[in-house]
Ligand binder design. Structure first.
Ligand code: GLC
Length: 512
């Protein structure tokens, strides 16, 4: 019988934690009665957002769902730390437990840091509270974002003694968390309690690197100029570069993207750094939370269905058409685009050929917000193609689920895509993906012609995309075959089960 510890509270667990390297601790496994129980591997996710508390994109979903998937493994103690933004709803905040406060040094500053915690699905979440930095609408886009996230990362390091929790692995995500691994390498690893912490840095999108002027290194980040060589890149501070240099390993959210970012086309200037550090790079494909994204139980959809019983999906489509004042036509294919409206999502391709697409018997729905150039273009197009084209300029998770469930096809022609979750969610709801073969899209969607689960094209070219859209529309007319395809698409397993194991393996290797 596998030995299981009784459920402990956060405080009981933290009280037990000591700064002992995982490997050593495993050997000296503690004894509970006669049964030997290996201590859990302690993993701390450092990130700027996490579902269900706060989300602006895929990063939050991955932090929320990967941590939950990993916590199912009894050998892991999974914790997550994020800032306490004022946008986190009071429904949650009222349930958070106040653990106490400390003061955090940031160069010459000494800033308040309140610490809250909340347990959900076996994961302990910590929230860093400082109203000066985080009591603002939204998460990013402020003139002092560099300082805000430097403070956040410094707080992450400083709360460890307070919690008496020193992780075996500190897993930092994207540039906002990059400084945590830099602080570990330049300041904290010289202190005995921190010396065994290993750091892993995951790139969710290499486009956003956190670049700042070099002269703020000491005054703002509180890092001595003698470490400048770690952070400097192209005459500025580049936080993503620094995290790549300082972390034991770094990763991307799909294997294909790990290859792509060695090339200038994808790396936004960082390819020489990636190539130089290639020996410690790996890629693991994201998964999705298949419990939350489940058309059989999803409360947002108009009618529940599954791969075994696709029939009710017809109602989802009908209600969707009604909702957007589109003619209710069961045999007219509905193509959906749900995306941030930014250039790397391939919207220039959509813009180039959408009117040609709309000449066919088809309805197109776009949901998203982003650059005003795209927002204005699609809003205008919707005025010109009433009854055929709908644009909803918003970030709306509930509506997106209604669209996934009502759509027949899902278009995602990204110029680059570190992983992409939407194509997986679309598949789960039986909207057949049309994607460009890049990053995680390449890893998750294989061409229908070869028995795969979607329509794909290789070159970033609008007419190549148009070609596969036409192929899909053509296939759609063969209703019997189409039903089989939808079933096949819905049956692909995009849950975290496989990828979470790959992370576990990677953590294990790092601790060996
Ligand atoms: C970023 C990437 C996206 C990825 C997500 C989660 O938003 O652009 O491709 O799926 O992070 O890792």
């Amino acid at each position: 019988m596998p030995a299981k510890k009784k459920q402990q509270t956060v405080t009981e667990q933290t009280a037990e934690m000591k700064a002992v390297p995982a490997a050593e601790a495993a050997v000296e496994a503690s004894k509970v009665g006669e049964i030997v129980v290996a201590p859990k591997k302690k993993i701390l996710f450092v990130a700027s957002e996490a579902t269900p508390f706060i989300a602006t994109g895929g990063l939050a979903e991955v932090i929320g769902s990967l941590s939950k998937a990993l916590a199912k493994n009894d050998e892991l103690d999974i914790r997550v730390v994020i800032p306490l933004y004022s946008d986190i709803s009071w429904d949650y905040r009222n349930k958070f437990k106040y653990l106490g406060n400390i003061f955090v040094p940031l160069a010459w500053r000494n800033q308040y840091c309140g610490i809250f915690s909340y347990e959900s699905d076996g994961v302990v979440f910590y929230f860093i509270d400082n109203e000066y930095y985080f009591k603002r609408p939204g998460c990013y886009g402020y003139y002092d974002d560099g300082e805000r996230f430097a403070y956040f990362c410094r707080s992450v390091m400083e709360i460890m003694p307070f919690l008496n929790f020193y992780p075996d692995i500190m897993h930092c995500h994207d540039w906002q968390a990059a400084l945590a691994s830099v602080y570990l390498k330049t300041i904290y690893c010289f202190r005995p309690e921190y010396q065994y912490i290993r750091s892993l840095f995951t790139i969710h999108n290499i486009e956003y690197q956190g670049k700042y002027s070099l002269d703020i290194l000491e005054d703002l980040f509180g890092i001595s100029n003698s470490w400048k060589y770690l952070l400097e890149y192209n005459k500025c501070i580049n936080l993503m570069k620094a995290a790549i240099e300082c972390s034991e390993k770094f990763s991307t959210v799909s294997p294909h993207y790990a290859q792509e970012i060695k090339e200038p086309y994808y790396a936004h200037g960082l390819d020489p750094i990636v190539r130089r550090n290639e020996f410690k790079l790996f890629g693991i494909l994201n998964g999705i939370d298949t419990e939350s994204y489940n058309p059989e139980t999803d409360r947002s959809v108009f009618s529940h269905y599954s791969a075994e019983n696709i029939e009710p999906k017809k109602r989802c489509k009908e209600e969707l058409q009604k909702m957007f004042n589109l003619p209710v036509k069961p045999d007219t294919p509905v193509i959906a685009v749900i995306s941030r409206l930014v250039a790397h999502k391939g919207l220039d391709l959509v813009r180039a050929v959408i009117e040609e697409v709309l000449r066919q018997d088809v309805q197109v729905i776009i949901l998203g917000k982003g650059d005003s150039a795209y927002e204005n273009y699609f809003t205008d197009l919707a005025r010109r193609y009433v009854g055929k084209f709908v644009a909803v300029i918003a970030f709306n998770p509930d509506l997106s689920r209604k669209i996934y469930s009502g759509a027949d096809l899902f278009l995602m022609p990204s110029k680059s895509e570190p992983c992409g979750l939407s194509q997986m969610i679309a598949s789960r709801y039986g909207a057949v993906p049309i994607v460009r073969e890049t990053g995680g899209l390449y890893d998750s969607i294989k061409p229908v012609g070869n028995g795969g689960n979607g329509y794909t094209f290789a070159n970033y070219n609008a007419y190549d995309m148009l070609y596969v859209i036409r192929e899909a529309l053509n296939d759609y007319n063969n209703r019997e075959e189409w039903q089989k395809l939808v079933k096949r698409v819905m049956s692909v397993d995009f849950s975290w089960s496989r990828s979470a194991k790959e992370y576990e393996k990677m953590y294990g290797e790092m601790l060996r």
